[in-house]
Each structure stands twice: as C-alpha cells, then as structure tokens.
Design a protein around this ligand. Structure first.
Ligand SMILES: *Cc1c(COP(=O)(O)O)cnc(C)c1O
Length: 472
C-alpha cells in the first residue's frame, strides 16, 4: 500500500505540467515552480514513507496538485520541511543581551522610525541640500560621533571587522604592525587578528608574552618597517593572575616618540560610563583622550545600534581611511546610517539609557526582572492543567554577550520550567518550534527563561508558548 502510494507520486516534469504549477510559474518563475514541485514531491515521499500520510495511490497526484496550488499563497510557512532560512522574529529568553546569533542589539523605536522614514522614499544620502549638488555619503553621523567622543573625525564601515581591516590596510599595508601576544584574539565568526592583519597586507610583529607585555616590548620591536602599534580588546576572554598590560597613555608615549599611530580595536563601542549596568568597560572617548590615534568599534554591541564599524580619531588618518578604495566595498547602506544617526541622537540628548533597548536591558535591576517573572508564573498558574508544567522563579545570571564585557555577569531572576511528561531538551525544542520561536537555555537539566532579554511586547507570545506546553 505504502509502496504503491510512493510509486504514485508524479515525476517532477509531470507535476510541472499541472495547472497549479503552470500558474505558479507564471506568477513567479519556471525555476521557482520546479523547486517547489521538488519540495512538494519530497515532502509527500517523506510523509508517506514515515506513515504520517495514508493515501490511496489514486489520490496522490491530486494531493500533490493541491499542495502546489497552496504554494503560491503561503510559500514559506507550508511546513513541507527542508531548511527554513526565512528571517523571523524570535523571543530571546536566553538572558544574553547582545546575542550574536540572535542579531545582537535590538534597535530603538527612534532608530526604527528613522529607518522607515528615510528608506521608504528618497533621501539626501549623497546629496547636498544647501547647494543642490552631490553631497558626501561618508560624513553621515560624523558630527555627533565627534562631539560624543571628543575626536576630530569619524567614518562608518560595514562592521568593526571591516573597520579594522580598512585601518590596517590604509595605514600599514606593506609594513609591520606590532601587537601583544596577549591580544592575538579570535573574536568568533572567523575574525582572527593575525589573519585579518595578513589579509590587510601587513606583517604581524608579536611582542611580549601571553600574560605579560610591557611598553618597552613595543619600543624594542620598532624598526623602519613598523607602520603602527595595534591594541586589541580581548573581547571574549580574560587573562588573570600574573599579568601586565601597558596603559594606553604609556603606549601612546611610545607611539609618539617614534612618530607612529596607535590604533585601538575596542571591540564594543561603549559611549557612556557603563557602571550603572555594573559593567567596567573603557569608553571610546576615554581611550581617545588618553592618546589613541584611531579607535575602531562596533555599532551593534554596547552602543546598541545597527551593525556598523566606526573608525574615530585623528582627522588626517580618518581622511586616509576614507580615500582607501576598499571603503567603497565596505561602506554602509542608507538604512544603517538612518538607524545609527537616530541611536546617536539618543546619546546626544542624554536619553540613551531610556531609549536604547540593549542598555535598558543591561541596566534593569534583578528585582525588576523578578517582578516580571513572578507575574508571568502567576498568570501561567491560572488555567493551566494542574501539575503538567511547573514554573518557579529563582536567582541566576544574565550576560552582556558579543564579547562586549568578558567575564561580566548581571544578577537576574530566572523562570525555571519542569514538565511532567517532557524532558528539558524536548521542552527547549518545543519552545524553539513555537511561532514565534522562543529561544531558552538549559541549566542543570531544566529549561530556564530570563525575562531580562524578553521585550515587553513579546511577553504575550512567550506566555502563549508556555500555555501550549502546559497543555501538552
Ligand atoms: C566584536 C569585535 C570585532 C568584530 O566586530 P564586528 O562588528 O562583529 O565585525 C573586532 N574586534 C574586537 C576586539 C571585537 O570585540
């Protein structure tokens, strides 16, 4: 029976001749219709073989046609298996505020509105409204960055990896760059300082040791081949114990004595004192004030804006970076400028802690998270099948994430889930399969949810997902 049903699945070429496929091809493309016909046939085969679908052989072709007919209407949410690469909003209940896999910083309302306002129409991206002629694209955001950081110039690239690449390639291609052995980091996603240096056309000159490097180590390595001194924020690890690292001021002294630029890859662009969130991170403005010639940092880590890489510092050096032909390949899109501009405006108006979601999340006191967790657990108890899903609130920790403050933990409250029938991995998987997906962590064999990273507007969806579990 199963074998006959499998044999009755029409060949792709026959399926493509069906009215449904022809109509789909007309509205989309022949290639697309073929791809969807393959997907429908594959799903039918899998379901029949697994015994999930029982069909008379004579009914199989009609079922295939019915599914192809539906294709045109709801192409991607058809549950026909395969990889689902559609971007969707997810509920981040992991407590990792700047979760690289979940898109890092959520944008502020103002940033979103700015994107909608400019991107839905035309804008003065490269147009000078005063003269009516061509304007500069690479100057957007520069004024605010300079005021916020106290520097002469700034330019925005696609991300911080691009910013570092641009700076190294501009200032040091064909020459040597001195880096401490304690800072030859791999950030993740393939960003390894030695490899980036090489690709930028520079030669790495390592100095010091993993745990101890002194200013004199840099000084001793300087030769006529040296082009710059590079400091790198060890974003995702910490060296503790018998350690030594020169201060920025000491390194700046060495750089100045030899007429070399000091570049600091700060990683996460921290524009304000982060102590209100309990984090001890160097402000970009402070690094520049201490003598860094060029600082590079991300727009979507502690800054809390869109993916971007900012190069800020001395005007002559920034100008050289701007003129690098690579800039054309690594520049940002109008939507990024709009979102960054609006985010920086929040900083300029002293409203960053209120406006920027990631800053708000980082600074939320544990008591506030606990109050939300208690309320959620109380709401779940109402109407839940008694005893199937137990939810309780306990102490735990959230983390900043994205290597933005290594080793930092933020006290939080967690909702711990225990299901009578389902194990923790099954509970985690069901939450992930929810629409919208809820991303949780497993701790001590229980699924835990950290409301610190769950936006208020996502709480209803989270509650519905939990209610479904409680009825499972
Ligand atoms: C995160 C990070 C980068 C890469 O930044 P992206 O914006 O992700 O490209 C580079 N250097 C350091 C020190 C970092 O922490």
């Amino acid at each position: 029976m199963t074998r006959d049903a499998l044999r009755a699945i029409p060949p792709i070429n026959d399926l493509l001749e069906s009215p449904a496929a022809l109509a789909l091809a007309e509205r989309t493309s022949r290639e697309f219709a073929r791809a969807r016909a393959r997907a429908v046939a594959g799903a039918l085969r899998a379901e029949i073989a697994a015994g999930q679908l029982e069909l008379e052989p004579a009914a199989v072709a009609a079922e295939a046609a019915r599914r192809l007919e539906a294709e045109g209407r709801d192409t991607f949410d058809d549950g026909s298996g395969g990889t689902d690469d559609r971007l969707r909003r997810v509920v981040n209940a992991t407590g990792v505020v700047l979760h690289t896999n979940l898109g890092r910083a959520p944008l502020s309302r103002r940033a979103l509105e700015a994107v909608v306002e400019v991107a839905g129409g035309y804008l003065n991206l490269e147009y000078d409204l005063a003269s009516g002629g061509r304007g500069r694209r690479d100057a957007h955001g520069e004024g605010m960055l300079c005021e916020l950081l106290g520097c002469e110039a700034a330019v925005v690239a696609n991300n911080n990896a691009a910013a570092v690449m641009l700076v190294l390639n501009t200032l040091a291609a064909g020459g040597e760059v001195i880096v401490s052995r304690g800072e030859l980091v791999e950030i993740g996603g393939g960003f390894r300082v030695p490899e980036v240096l090489e690709r930028a056309g520079c030669t790495l000159r390592e100095v010091g040791t993993t745990n101890r490097t002194r200013a004199s180590d840099y000084e001793g390595a300087i030769s006529e081949r040296t082009r710059l001194l590079l400091r790198v924020h060890p974003s995702n690890y910490r060296i503790v114990g018998f350690t030594e690292r020169p201060t920025v001021a000491e390194l700046a002294g060495v750089a100045r004595r030899h007429g070399l630029p000091l570049v600091d890859d700060l990683g996460s662009g921290c524009l304000v004192d982060m102590r209100p969130a309990g984090l001890d991170e160097v402000r970009a403005g402070a690094a520049l004030a201490e003598g860094v010639d060029l600082a590079t940092f991300s727009g979507d880590k502690l800054l809390g804006g869109p993916q971007a890489g900012i190069v800020a510092g001395r005007a002559d050096l920034v100008e050289r970076v701007r003129r690098n032909p690579l800039m054309r390949a690594l520049r940002v899109d109008k939507m990024v400028y709009a979102a960054l501009d609006a985010t920086l405006r929040s900083y300029c108006e002293g409203r960053a802690w209120e406006d920027v979601p990631s800053l708000r999340m980082l600074a939320a006191p544990a008591a506030e998270v606990r109050a939300r967790a208690d309320a959620l657990v109380a709401r779940l108890a109402v109407g839940a099948e008694p005893g199937l899903l137990r939810a309780s609130v306990e102490d735990g920790v959230s983390v900043p994430g994205a290597g933005s403050a290594p080793g930092s933990e933020i006290a939080t409250a967690l909702v711990a889930l225990e299901h009578v029938r389902l194990g923790s991995t099954e509970v985690e998987a069901r939450l992930r399969a929810n629409r919208p997906p809820v991303i949780a962590r497993i701790e001590r064999d229980r699924v835990v949810l950290d409301l610190r990273t769950v936006a208020a507007e996502d709480e209803a969806a989270l509650e519905a997902a939990l209610a479904a579990l409680a009825g499972a």
